[in-house]
Design a protein around this ligand. Structure first.
Ligand code: SAM
Length: 179
């Protein structure tokens, strides 16, 4: 029998993680979740999400000497497009730090391993899946279904599913989010 794939635990992200959220997608995300209290962008890159967060806010970015995995504070919200190569580590740290966590990712990340299921269950729950379209719509070099996963501490309710950009048959439809 094969050994299950292990997540990257090196704490080192890879160059392929450097993909910035398009400003229009960032705007739509902030509009949708309307964060209140202290908002943290834990890996702000060039800041497309960060600049739109309301005050008070804080940021980390490893290339600017602020490693989120070493962050000591707490936040009401984390909203980001995280580095995928260290996804599990990053998610765990998000849960340690914030009561509300919104991640722009390929949505399959939500159910990728039992380890993630346990992590989410201990934290609270997945409150919303907002499907935005293919990865290319969100600026990524892949076509996997991509969108926002919204996790909330202590949440044990149903998962809301919202779809933007196509109808139930998979046909493209008018979207509020124009790139
Ligand atoms: C996918 S990019 C997204 C950037 C930004 N969040 C956005 O949405 O435009 C991921 C970013 O995470 C940063 N990063 C990787 N590991 C990090 C860490 N441990 N702490 C802080 N930032 C990190 C990378 O340098 C990169 O800028």
């Amino acid at each position: 029998m094969g050994i299950p794939t292990q997540p990257n635990r090196t704490k080192k992200h890879t160059a392929s993680d450097i993909v910035m959220t398009p400003p229009k997608i960032a705007e739509a995300i902030i509009r949708e979740f309307n964060p209140k209290g202290l908002a943290l962008e834990p890996c702000r890159g060039t800041g497309n999400i960060y600049v739109l967060l309301p005050e008070p806010k804080d940021w980390c970015e490893i290339t600017q000497g602020r490693d989120f995995l070493e962050y000591n504070g707490n936040a009401d919200w984390i909203i980001t497009n995280p580095p995928y190569s260290i996804y599990d580590l990053f998610l765990k740290k998000c849960f340690d730090v914030a009561d509300n966590v919104v991640l722009l990712v390929p949505i399959a990340k939500a159910f990728k391993s039992l380890r993630i299921e346990r992590l989410v269950d201990e934290y609270g729950g997945l409150r919303k899946i907002w499907l935005l379209g293919s990865g290319t719509k969100c600026g990524f070099a892949f076509g996997f279904p991509t969108g926002c996963l919204y996790y909330q501490r202590h949440y044990k309710g149903m998962i809301e599913r919202k779809v933007d950009g196509w109808d139930v048959w998979g046909n493209e439809v008018e979207s509020d989010i124009e790139l």
